[in-house]
Ligand binder design. Structure first.
Ligand SMILES: *[C@@H]1O[C@H](CO)[C@@H](O)[C@H](O)[C@H]1NC(C)=O
Ligand SMILES: *[C@@H]1O[C@H](CO)[C@@H](O)[C@H](O)[C@H]1NC(C)=O
Ligand SMILES: *[C@@H]1O[C@H](CO)[C@@H](O)[C@H](O)[C@H]1NC(C)=O
Ligand SMILES: *[C@@H]1O[C@H](CO)[C@@H](O)[C@H](O)[C@H]1NC(C)=O
Ligand SMILES: *[C@@H]1O[C@H](CO)[C@@H](O)[C@H](O)[C@H]1NC(C)=O
Length: 337
């Protein structure tokens, strides 16, 4: 009786091993890493995007950790990255992205026919560090609920059709270091709160329709990179220039700024300074000759006057950098009279 029983047991085990079973359930038991909740969310995302060819590797009942466009964490096996780039996809960002709770990177880029708004379910993704939704046709306002992502370090929403004003709550993001809202249709003023960023910032707001005065508070923040070009900003900007700032690039070109440049402080960290096409008056500060890292300079199309400081890198630039001012003189322009 005993031997017959063990014989039957062996036979049963052998059968279990060699019986053809659906690959997903077999791999779930042995080798599959994919978490079943992540798997379910990804299948819904694929369906919501109308099963695009770009996601052809997302085959039902296979290990989602092997799929293209996603990345599993090697310890937890949870989906931590979703990157859809240059895809022929038509539709909206699926609300089901909110069902990938371990996501730290969310990227939809260069997708012409990605339209609609940013779904509020994104606020469920408390571990998100990087969000890049750019070169798409997203529209509507930049949602203020993005400030509910406590780990967000890099937010890129450029080259879209976003309208409305910039939510001031974005300054509450405690870890933010890069904010790219350029090339949209944003209106209104720059939020006062943008003087409160905790870290040194890369801030890009260019190519919008921002108007009014630049808030004085911005003088209290530290910008490594500041691009406010091609807006309708008016008035003062001298608070953006500080001797002790880490600022490497300032681009204020093509606005309606009107202030006295004579008294601004210039940080030695400056690599690029473009203030062209404004109504800036006064003279170019002598301290500009001390900027040994300066590689780009454009003060053209303003109302500057007086002698161009001589020395340092200043004469590396040709007359087009100084062109069309009220009465600038000296090399590379004509000698002063
Ligand atoms: C976008 O959609 C339009 C109209 O439906 C279509 O003609 C075009 O091929 C699509 N382009 C891309 C890159 O998906
Ligand atoms: C947005 O859509 C328009 C019209 O379909 C298209 O010409 C444009 O290239 C799209 N923008 C981006 C960034 O793909
Ligand atoms: C720069 O100087 C200003 C005013 O003197 C001061 O308030 C600020 O804390 C300084 N910033 C840094 C980064 O040293
Ligand atoms: C700009 O400021 C300088 C230095 O304070 C001053 O001498 C000059 O008169 C001012 N220029 C104009 C046009 O207000
Ligand atoms: C400065 O701006 C003017 C006017 O837009 C342009 O012609 C010139 O090439 C620019 N110079 C540099 C060095 O960028």
């Amino acid at each position: 009786m005993d031997t017959r029983f063990s014989f039957l047991l062996t036979l049963l085990l052998l059968l279990l091993c060699f019986l053809p079973t659906p690959s997903f359930s077999r791999s779930l038991a042995t080798s599959a890493r994919c978490n079943k909740n992540d798997y379910a969310a990804l299948m819904k995302i694929k369906a919501a995007l109308h099963n695009p060819y770009h996601l052809a590797s997302w085959i039902p009942n296979t290990d989602c950790c092997n799929w293209y466009c996603v990345e599993c964490d090697s310890n937890t096996n949870r989906i931590v990255e979703l990157t859809i780039f240059q895809a022929n996809i038509s539709g909206q960002i699926p609300a089901e992205i909110g069902d990938l709770p371990y996501l730290n990177t969310l990227i939809f880029r260069h997708i012409t026919n990605l339209t609609g708004t940013i779904p509020s379910t994104i606020t469920k993704l408390k571990l998100l560090k990087m969000v890049r939704l750019s070169w798409t046709n997203l529209s509507g306002p930049i949602p203020s609920f993005l400030s509910k992502l406590p780990n967000l370090d890099f937010l890129e929403l450029n080259f879209n059709q976003f309208t409305g004003s910039i939510p001031s709550s974005l300054a509450n993001l405690p870890k933010l270091t890069g904010l790219h809202l350029d090339r949209n249709r944003l209106t209104g003023t720059i939020p006062e709160s943008f003087g409160k960023f905790k870290q040194s910032m890369y801030l890009y707001l260019s190519h919008n329709q921002l108007s009014g005065e630049i808030p004085k508070s911005l003088g209290e923040a530290d910008f490594t990179y500041l691009d406010l070009s091609r807006n309708k900003l008016q008035g003062e900007a001298s608070m953006l220039f500080k001797a002790n700032a880490s600022t490497q690039t300032i681009d204020l070109s093509r606005n309606m700024l009107e202030f006295n440049l004579s008294k601004v402080e210039l940080t030695k960290n400056l690599i690029s300074l473009d203030i062209s096409h404004n109504k800036i008056f006064g003279s170019i500060p002598e301290a500009i000759t001390g900027l040994m890292n300066l590689q780009q300079l454009n003060v053209s199309y303003n109302r500057l006057c007086g002698k161009i400081p001589q020395g340092g890198k200043v004469q590396n630039f040709d007359s087009y950098s100084f062109y069309h001012n009220k009465c600038l003189c000296g090399s590379p322009l004509d000698a002063c009279k």
